[in-house]
Ligand binder design. Structure first.
Ligand code: FES
Length: 109
């Protein structure tokens, strides 16, 4: 486990996202509508758009460019035009810190 600090728990509002960079990888730290925190690849698989600039709804984030939504737990697109998933990374909440393991993305089936 090579988790490293991405941000503070309070740095991200509910139903919002922020971009961080860890080991040169752009990550979107997303707090869903229930307050759970997720870490996914920040770049939409349809284009070079930052997903953290999109809209968070329930457990998904929507790319503002063409409307593809990605499931925060799996990284899978829920609608076209994107059809490739974004990576999802393990998150550990350590006190007030959000730790992300960017070297070990979750397996996607
Ligand atoms: S760039 Fe994200 S849906 Fe097109």
């Amino acid at each position: 486990m090579t988790a490293q600090r991405a941000c503070g728990v309070g740095d991200v509002a509910v139903s919002a996202a922020m971009k961080v960079e860890l080991d040169g990888i752009a990550i979107a730290i997303v707090k869903d509508s229930s307050g759970a925190i997720h870490a996914i690849g920040d770049t939409c698989t349809h284009g070079e758009i930052s997903l953290s600039e999109g809209f968070v709804e329930d457990e998904a984030i929507e790319c503002w460019a063409h409307g593809s939504q990605f499931a925060l737990r799996t990284g899978k697109p829920m609608n076209l035009p994107a059809y490739e998933p974004v990576p999802v990374f393990p998150v550990i909440i350590d006190g007030d810190d959000v730790l992300v393991d960017v070297q070990n993305p979750l397996k996607q089936n």
